[in-house]
Write a protein that binds this ligand. Structure first.
Ligand SMILES: Cc1ncc(COP(=O)(O)O)c(C=O)c1O
Length: 392
């Protein structure tokens, strides 16, 4: 037998990056900085408290009763039924759990799968800046072109004239997100009506990222796309059990769409994850049977929002509205004229509270002197942070 040994060490072949612009995200950078400085991490968006023990019990019971093998590709029927019942009760749209709902590995996988299912090379997808950081690379991976349209500076309201101007014969889809990360604003019924009018003469599809659907405050209603039959007919509606039930690490969510769109979605889904872990699906189905578990969420988070805002109001940070989600943005221009990233590094290192610069959510950055805090934290964590921020 011939020796394959050579003098030169083995070499990993060069690969041209599919995502050359993508580096370490600001979330990773700020979390590392928070750890290094022992700062209270109000940067990354996840709870520091645990989920309801009844949910853990339901998953444990599913595991112990042997529900540990592959579930159906589309998700456990009981969970798809529970999602259909919830969406029907809250928004009045009757999705068929057999053909119109699929359980996904978090909203993240739902979004990339929807994009891969509908975007052909060269297609354009409109995203509204500031936006969640996965949309743009997802569109690139599908060979599409992300067309960035800014939300109105200051109010973060959709600018329909600008969206209309961005629509071309190549526009395949528009991605919207309400309640909105990072601004914590929500779309109104009037916005949804205007959106329906705008899209009516087009074949533009909609991806509605509604992961914070159960966190809308001050008695307002979440304007799910599924409330609007005309919009629902052209939409993938995406949500996240991780956000709703305080289990972001479980990475489980769902997508609802009309059957013809869902058929295309499932063609991709079956070859990127095939399906999602079984016992969590059974546990969630059982837990969701009590609607109080999601209906209590607005009051739960509104109390934390109010506690956090009351503390921040004593500082020179100017509070932006927080209508939904678990984020609170501030204008720090009375405190500092540093750039947003420099300011967030500074409060992390010097004040001991980590935040995220809003510029990170804009293509190419956009400086407004705004920073985002996450208040999905124990009261003691929020009070600790407020104690430190009090000197601002
Ligand atoms: C707007 C938005 N969409 C999607 C996601 C991802 O959700 P999941 O953890 O279910 O993948 C997040 C998480 O932060 C988000 O803020």
């Amino acid at each position: 037998m011939q020796s394959t040994q050579t003098r030169t060490p083995p070499r990993t072949p060069y690969v041209a990056s599919r995502l050359p612009q993508v580096g370490t995200t600001i979330f990773t950078v700020m979390s590392a900085l928070a750890q290094q400085h022992d700062a209270v991490n109000l940067g990354q968006g996840f709870p520091d408290f645990d989920c309801d023990p009844a949910l853990l019990d339901a998953v444990d019971a599913a595991m112990r009763s042997g529900l540990n093998q592959y579930p159906p590709m589309t998700g456990v029927p009981a969970l798809r039924d529970a999602v259909a019942a919830k969406v029907g009760a809250l928004y009045g749209h009757a999705y068929d759990p057999g053909t119109e709902i699929t359980i996904t590995a978090g909203a993240t996988q739902a979004i990339i799968t929807a994009i891969l299912a509908i975007v052909h090379p060269g297609d354009e997808v409109i995203v509204l800046d500031p936006c969640y950081d996965s949309y743009e690379p997802n569109i690139h991976l599908a060979g599409g072109v992300a067309v960035h349209v800014p939300l109105t500076p200051g109010s973060f309201a959709p600018d329909f004239a600008k969206i209309a101007a961005a629509i071309t014969p190549r526009t395949r889809a528009l991605i919207i997100n309400t309640p909105h990360n990072p601004s914590a604003t929500v779309w109104s019924a009037a916005h949804m009506r205007r959106l329906a009018e705008l899209l009516r003469p087009t074949d533009v599809l909609l991806i509605a990222d509604e992961v914070y659907e159960h966190m809308v405050f001050d008695g307002e209603q979440h304007q799910s796309v599924s409330r609007w039959p005309e919009l629902a007919q052209r939409s993938f509606v995406v949500s996240s059990f991780g956000k709703t039930y305080h289990v972001t690490g479980w990475k489980i969510g769902y997508v609802a769409a009309p059957a013809s769109l869902m058929a295309e979605f499932r063609k991709v889904h079956q070859f990127n994850v095939f399906t999602v872990n079984t016992p969590m699906q059974h546990g969630l189905a059982k837990f969701m049977a009590d609607p109080a578990h999601h209906l209590s969420l607005p009051a739960f988070y509104q109390r934390k929002r109010d506690l956090f805002r009351a503390g921040l109001a004593k500082t020179r940070l100017r509070l932006l509205p927080s209508q939904g989600s678990y984020f609170q943005c501030v204008d720090y221009s009375a405190v500092s004229d540093l750039s947003e990233e420099a300011f967030c590094r500074w409060i992390t290192a010097e004040v001991g509270v980590a935040a995220i610069p809003l510029s990170a959510f804009y293509q190419g950055g956009f400086e407004q002197r705004f920073a985002r805090f996450c208040f999905a934290k124990k009261d003691e964590t929020l009070n600790l942070a407020l104690g430190r921020l009090a000197r601002l």
